[in-house]
Design a protein around this ligand. Structure first.
Ligand code: MG
Length: 273
């Protein structure tokens, strides 16, 4: 009898372990799902974010720059029409339009859209800022804005940045949150990220191919692994087979179809690995 109980417990444990090991992949729409009718072809637009939310992707990535007067705006490049965000006030960008007719969203406007469907994870990229002081200001302001919108929650947002310094600041000021370093430089390889309290990587997929130890190093520290920007089916397949947690792509519906074809479970919006 006792033996049967022990054997039963072992079977249950094995089943649990196999469940835990089941590979799931979260799809992150790069700059929102802009490459569809609803997204209007406009990167980082409210419409593209709404499309990612409506289609139930795990996350939606977006880029944040800080203006001279300390406003956070959602836009990829550091300048628009030759006007650098760092040199101009938010009001100076008021008349500029994205290709779908929207104006450049402030972070407040963008977060207001996120609030409408909180299942979609914010994949918050804070762009470089010119000095350590400005980087600290931008990180603190980002956290303040998220708090004001009720989104400052590890189950609601992950932070990404090419600035190693900003990643370290997010790790310090937002403990318990996922923070992923975007760079692929050896100086900041996953061992160095981990030593500095950064708990994830978001790496260009070709770097993973060139140096397979990159992935292994991250996994040896229990770090999360995201890859960008994976748009071809072949590369998506390779990254999924490698075991990546998240695929950041401009073609999220194609990635969804591929996961289905491969029999790999898609991590649903609102769920954690
Ligand atoms: Mg980005």
């Amino acid at each position: 009898m006792k033996k049967n109980i022990i054997a039963g417990a072992l079977v249950a444990l094995a089943a649990l372990c196999s469940c835990e090991k089941q590979h799931q992949v979260g799809i992150v729409a790069h700059r929102g799902y802009w490459q569809c009718e609803q997204g209007g072809g406009a990167h980082n637009s409210i419409a593209a974010l709404a499309a990612a939310q409506d289609l139930g992707f795990w996350g939606s990535e977006f880029d944040v720059n800080m203006t001279k007067d300390g406003e956070l705006m959602v836009y990829h490049d550091s300048e628009v029409n030759g006007m650098y965000f760092k040199d101009y006030n938010a009001a100076d960008f008021a008349d500029i339009r994205l290709c779908n007719g929207e104006k450049i969203p402030t972070l407040d406007e963008y977060l207001t859209q996120f609030e409408k469907n909180k299942k979609c994870r914010l994949v918050f990229e804070l762009k470089w800022h010119a000095t350590p002081e400005l980087e600290r200001q931008a990180v603190e302001l980002s956290i303040e804005k998220l708090k004001a919108h009720g989104l400052f929650n590890p189950k609601q947002v992950i932070f990404i940045s090419f600035s190693f310094n900003q990643c370290k600041l997010f790790s310090q000021l937002a403990p318990g949150f996922t923070v992923q370093y975007l760079g692929g430089d050896q100086e900041h390889n996953p061992d160095v990220c981990f030593e500095n309290g950064i708990n994830g990587i978001d790496t260009g997929y070709w770097i993973m191919y060139k140096d397979p130890s990159w992935y292994q190093k991250a996994r040896s520290h229990g770090m999360s692994v995201n890859v960008w920007t994976v748009d071809s089916i072949d590369d998506m397949r390779k990254c999924i087979e490698m075991g990546c947690d998240y695929i950041t792509t401009n073609k999220p519906e194609e990635c969804r179809a591929l996961l289905k074809e491969m029999g790999v479970k898609e991590l649903k919006a609102g769920k954690n690995l």
